[in-house]
Write a protein that binds this ligand. Sequence first.
Ligand code: ZN
Length: 319
Amino acid sequence: METKVEASETMSDLRTHAAEIAEQFSDHLDVDEDDVEERLQNLVDEYRVPVDEARRSVVNSYLDEAGLERDELGRGGAEETLLADIDEDEQWVDVTAKVVDLWDPRSDSISQVGLLGDESGTLKFVSFKTSELPELDEGAVYELGNVVTDEYQGNFSVKLNRTTTIEELDEDIEVGDDDVTIEGALVDIQSGSGLIKRCPEEGCTRVLQNGRCNEHGNVEGEFDLRIKGVVDDGNEVHDVIFNKEMTEELTGISLEEAKQMAMDALDTTIVVDEMRDDLVGVYYRVTGPTFGRYVLADETERLTGPADAEAVLIKARSI
Ligand SMILES: [Zn+2]
């Protein structure tokens, strides 16, 4: 009795696998569900291959037939997604978006790289030469079917691939900005702040540690100003990066003045020490895009005190 139930479960299981596989290949091959099921069943029943392995083997044989790589294969039934909702790696999605910006690819394997935008925000996209897709025009709106999400150091992008469908739409999209605004006290300034040196190698700009670039070794660095600050909004802490312009505005110390201070003291750390004295404990409103776990300050406003004094009081009482 038990074996019978198991057997029939395996049967319906195989049917589901077969349907999924057929769907995956529906854009590429004329794959018959019964045929897939028969191949699976043959492997499972005759050769005692575990179902997962059987599935992999059958998929591989269809990939060979279609001349596709595994990562070019759609999952079938990709979901229409807003760009700002993309928060997982390797998901197959459909998006409707405007090409906001295109820039020069840094690799020969890339045919296009740029920024897509929809009402929720913007996201980087990459299209590879091997996918042989038509080029997208800046300013045009497209329905992009079957793109795959990618994550690198907390930043998401989408990759167009050989299975991606592209349809230009005769409409415009009001692209939303995905800036965040936080208000809170600057509670810490982290190492790597103040007067720093960056690697001068083309396209590198890494911050040097004791005159060394992680990538290029000992180099003659170029001076820059920045602050890696920690802002506590009362609920959570945010890592905020203030670039040279923002740092100059925040501290009133220009890059030239910072260099002079360091020269006079024969010590570059005097700059960050002075900044720390000035800024820590002060309340700010910071607005800017996020990059990984960082907020990149575009606009900074010094506040006179806690933005929401009552909330801070309530919190203080509850501690
Ligand atoms: Zn470097």
